[in-house]
Design a protein around this ligand. Structure first.
Ligand SMILES: NC(=O)C1=CN([C@@H]2O[C@H](COP(=O)(O)OP(=O)(O)OC[C@H]3O[C@@H](n4cnc5c(N)ncnc54)[C@H](OP(=O)(O)O)[C@@H]3O)[C@@H](O)[C@H]2O)C=CC1
Ligand SMILES: O=C(O)CCC(=O)C(=O)O
Length: 479
């Protein structure tokens, strides 16, 4: 039998052991995908110290060196696409095709930020005074703690680490415990890229131990976090209480997809199917409220229920599967709880719903009709393949319902009316608005983030990422 890979923490360029823990395959819960070393608090402290010592030297390296190293990391990820995609799929349950897309995105993200370094990094202003030169420069934030979730084991770490390193910061990464194999492989690639020891460090283990040490340390200048709104709120409180750290939070969503009477039914069903059920609904941009105008409502519900029922749920490595497992028994229990809650609240299951105990971590895409926006089903983030249809009379009402949420990450509309689309882009309260496309599936060079309980701090990705990882310095020079 081939031994399973073992991933250790990376501190100051050294691989550091810890308590050995398994990481299992959600599609085959008896199968150990890898093992990882759970870091103790002293390992986390050592990682922060290493990052502090290494950061100034890294920030002062010529841009050409930093570019080359980031480009090297991106190319190394892309060279290993198939191998990394299989590993990601086995540890998180994402379909292999989706996993390939994610690995590619991670590699391209490093290359994108390598090339961003050739863009202007400051601005020159006219001074209102005679003989004064005014400019804005950017300095790195310093040492950044990166705390990431399990649903994008490579892409989310990449879109935080790449801009952090590009702009001269040092990083301590704490990935979710469920996806330490992807994080461990990413760390191996980064460690082999020529990056000086200590500039990038990996510490693995429970949020309440390893993550908490990052939040309370005065050696960390900023935290970039993606995960639940509950943990994000705690991150914010701890950052303010311990050294007034800068923080950036990308949290949950309860994203609406509006379908108007004039929509192309096929497009509407395709968008809803992708947004609600692909990646097992485990995307913060998933469409979990389908807000449908009365004239198309019945045809839409019937067609979407049939399409959802037809989806093949199975092993993510099987090319015929269309939906994989959910990530963990806890997540499955949460999803099934919400199915019970929806039924108790009076909504009707029109696809999926029932779950047999022998199905393990696989859950059939579940669609509710007859939902109201005041139900818990429509208000709370489920993070599974569960969506609900809410009937509305017109565009006005659909926008009101779409915006009636504490979240505000993405919002979509399916319509053939240009004026309805323009109105929705103007009035939907969300950081990402889509027209005739799923609410999920964003691009690496465009800003990503939302409002309300979905987001706090500057946008991630694209050129906007720099706003978090750099501190502007306004310089006045007399001459
Ligand atoms: N917006 C998004 O993209 C995501 C949203 N979610 C939502 O969150 C729910 C729960 O998922 P879960 O994985 O538990 O999400 P969490 O928000 O708990 O986890 C996100 C990250 O934060 C870490 N963390 C947890 N507690 C702390 C802490 N006290 N201090 C510092 N870091 C901490 C986790 O570590 P670890 O897991 O290793 O303990 C993980 O790395 C899901 O059902 C879903 O609703 C989940 C994932 C992504
Ligand atoms: O939809 C996407 O492209 C990204 C989704 C995401 O980042 C998330 O679910 O955390």
């Amino acid at each position: 039998m081939t031994p399973v890979p073992y991933h250790r923490n990376l501190v100051d360029g050294q691989w550091v052991d810890g308590e050995r823990r398994p990481n299992v395959n959600p599609a085959r819960p008896g199968e150990v995908v890898s093992e990882y070393a759970h870091a103790g608090r002293e390992t986390v402290r050592a990682a922060i110290e290493a990052a502090r010592s290494a950061q100034p030297g890294w920030a002062n390296r010529p841009v050409g060196d930093r570019m080359e190293i980031l480009d090297h990391i991106g190319a190394a990820i892309l060279r290993r696409t198939e191998e990394l995609a299989v590993l990601l799929s086995r540890e998180e349950g994402k379909l292999l095709s989706e996993a390939r897309g994610e690995v590619t995105r991670a590699g391209q993200t490093f290359r994108y930020y390598a090339h961003q370094l050739l863009q202007p990094q400051g601005e020159v202003y006219s001074s209102t005074r005679q003989g004064v030169h005014a400019e804005v420069r950017r300095r790195p934030l310093g040492v950044v703690g990166v705390i990431t979730p399990w649903n994008y084991p490579l892409a989310i770490p990449a879109w935080k680490i790449a801009p952090a390193l590009a702009y001269g910061n040092a990083v301590v990464l704490k990935p979710a415990e469920l996806v330490t194999a992807s994080a461990g492989e990413l760390a191996r690639i980064i460690a082999g890229s020529g990056l000086p020891p200590g500039v990038f460090n990996l510490v693995m283990g429970a949020g309440g131990v390893v993550g908490e040490e990052l939040l309370t340390s005065t050696g960390i200048d900023g935290i970039s976090f993606t995960g639940s709104t509950r943990t994000g709120t705690h991150v914010a409180q701890q950052c303010l209480a311990h050294g007034n750290k800068r923080f950036q939070l990308e949290m949950g969503g309860k994203n609406p997809l509006v379908v108007l009477d004039d929509a192309d039914l096929e497009v509407a069903v395709r968008c809803a199917l992708d947004g609600s059920f692909f990646s097992s609904g485990q995307r913060c941009t998933a469409s979990s409220r389908l807000i449908v105008q009365a004239g198309i409502h019945d045809r839409f519900v019937e067609a979407l229920a049939a399409a959802a029922d037809a989806l093949r749920v199975g092993d993510p490595l099987d090319p015929l599967s269309e939906v994989g497992p959910v990530v963990s028994p806890e997540q499955l229990a949460q999803n099934l709880d919400y199915v019970r809650i929806g039924l108790d609240e009076g909504a009707t299951v029109v696809a999926g719903g029932a779950h047999r105990p022998d199905e393990g971590q696989f859950m059939r895409p579940t669609l509710f009709a007859d939902a109201r926006n005041d139900m818990r089903l429509a208000r709370e983030e489920i993070f599974g393949p569960v969506s609900c249809v809410i009937r509305v009379d017109d565009l006005e009402e659909s926008i009101g319902v779409a915006n009636d949420t504490r979240y505000g990450l993405s919002a979509g509309i399916v319509t053939t009316s240009l004026s309805a689309a323009e109105r929705f882009k103007r009035d939907a309260r969300a950081g990402i608005v889509t027209v005739n496309l799923p609410t999920a599936g964003t691009e690496l060079h465009l800003p990503f983030g939302g409002s309300g309980a979905s987001n706090h701090g500057p946008r991630e990705q694209g050129t906007y990422a720099r706003d978090f990882y750099c501190v502007p310095v306004t310089c006045y020079t007399g001459w």
